[in-house]
Design a protein around this ligand. Structure first.
Ligand code: 5CA
Length: 446
């Protein structure tokens, strides 16, 4: 993309309404525009990151054997009457009527609807196990929407639902989700710690939240800091191997890590003092096992091998897809702007022409732009007639992890400059080497 033809409405001033750094940078970098409290348009740069995050979520869900589908945002109230949640949900639920006076709602989550799909089409144990998921907009009329996309009213969520014959099978599905989530967040450059949590309106008594440590997080967290060093890395995981999946869950949950809702001072006191930490975290996901709560209420049964009819065992598993943009920025920025991890960056590399209109730098930039694209990379070429300082400031603000700078002095020596946004370090090299280096970096971040 050539910046001269892109739509990147950056702001020079700090917007007064933004209280935390991620909200400030998302507005300043022209990623989002607020349309009403907690409701945002996703401008091209923000939309690009959102799509990259979605892609990682899809890939990791499908790697774990989960099947994508798409359910609507609007739901009939009657489904929610069946589970008893239509009344229980309270003012957070946005309720509306269609022209026939039929009661509808904008889905805050989809347990009822997915259970309805299941009961319509599945009746035998032979069709189990089954996990369906979608990535869809949700609406929750939060009392205090704030911090930009972090606590929105309309927000994008991945929500997945497992259907299993036995509790043991459903707990394996729960564990499978935990491991797939660990990999998902790591690919986004995040350390998200699974913490024992409380289930709230979803129900059930087995639940973990995934928290990214950040001083601006809304949850108070208590943890053994050795948990932050755990990494899944590139381990090959066989998601059907129950012992292996359980082993990983145990590895990541045996150290103390809880939110304030489940915190237990007595247990916490047993953590060696040097490792005992209290902090704040951003909740980027939550997984639940709730057994037959919805299947019993809504008549979602299967026939077993010996002919009995039993309600199906279920759980639900969410990732805050739009919230993740805020969480990633909170975890990765400096005073000049965002620093995107390679896994989610909107463009792979920024290309800065220090002397636009100079035939030498223009030709070198055009050549680099073509060569990067030929490698399957997505560069952002700042071809505007602007001062070098302004170009650097824009690149630093929007946070592309790598920048190639092309100037007449370097070209005289046959070099361009490759700069890391994270370390600020620059290296001179030939244009061809710079392309190779960028291609090699992203080969590790498909
Ligand atoms: N049905 C279950 C799992 S699919 C569920 O709704 N879980 S949840 O309530 O925990 O939401 C899942 C994730 O969505 C949360 O972990 C959080 O990351 C994100 N989320 C929840 N509320 C908001 C909100 N108001 N704004 C942005 N993200 C939110």
């Amino acid at each position: 993309m050539r910046l001269s033809r892109y739509f990147l409405p950056v702001l020079k001033e700090n917007p007064a309404e933004a209280q935390i750094v991620s909200h400030r940078y998302m507005l300043r970098a022209g990623m989002i525009k607020q349309q009403a409290a907690g409701i945002y348009s996703w401008l091209p740069l923000g939309y690009k990151v959102l799509r990259r995050i979605e892609r990682i979520v899809h890939e990791e869900q499908q790697r774990a054997g989960h099947i994508p589908l798409l359910m609507p945002t609007l739901q009939p109230a009657d489904l929610w009457r069946e589970s008893g949640r239509y009344d229980a949900y309270g003012p957070e639920m946005l309720r509306l009527k269609d022209r026939h006076e039929r009661e509808m709602l904008y889905g805050p989550t989809n347990e009822e609807m997915v259970t309805d799909i299941f009961r319509t089409h599945v009746s035998s144990y032979k069709d189990l196990p089954l996990t369906l998921y979608h990535i869809q907009w949700k609406f929750r009329d939060e009392t205090r929407p704030r911090f930009g996309v972090m606590r929105g009213r309309e927000f994008l969520m991945k929500d997945g639902y497992n259907f299993d014959l036995t509790k043991e099978d459903a707990l394996h599905a729960y564990n499978r989700h935990m491991v797939s989530y660990l990999r998902t967040y790591e690919r986004m450059g995040l350390t998200a710690i699974p913490m024992r949590a409380a289930s709230g309106p979803i129900g059930g008594d087995n639940t973990h939240e995934f928290l990214v440590l950040a001083s601006t997080g809304e949850s108070e967290v208590f943890f053994d800091d050795r948990v932050t060093a755990l990494k899944l890395g590139n381990r090959e995981v066989d998601y059907d191997d129950r012992a292996e999946v359980l082993g990983i869950c145990e590895e990541f949950t045996s150290l103390y890590a809880r939110t304030d809702e489940t915190h237990d001072e007595a247990v916490f006191a047993a953590v060696p003092e040097a490792h005992r930490k209290v902090g704040r975290g951003i909740e980027v996901g939550q997984i639940f096992y709730f057994g037959t709560k919805y299947s019993e209420a809504m008549g979602a049964n299967v026939v077993t091998a010996d002919g009995a009819r039993v309600p199906v065992e279920m759980g639900s598993h969410g990732i805050g897809v739009s919230r993740l943009l805020g969480a990633i920025i909170e975890a990765s920025h400096d005073d000049k702007g965002i620093i995107w991890p390679e896994g989610v960056t909107p463009f792979h590399v920024g290309l800065v022409n220090l002397k636009q209109g100079d035939s030498g730098t223009d030709a070198a930039c055009e050549g680099l732009y073509k060569a990067l694209k030929a490698c399957g990379l997505d560069p952002l070429y700042d071809d505007r007639d602007e001062r070098a300082g302004a170009k650097f400031a824009t690149m630093d603000l929007i946070g592309l992890p790598w920048r190639i700078t092309v100037g007449p002095r370097g070209l005289d020596k046959g070099v361009v400059e490759l700069t890391s946004r994270r370390t600020g370090e620059s290296e001179e090299m030939s244009a061809a080497t710079a392309v190779e280096r960028i291609a090699a970096i992203y080969a590790a971040h498909p």
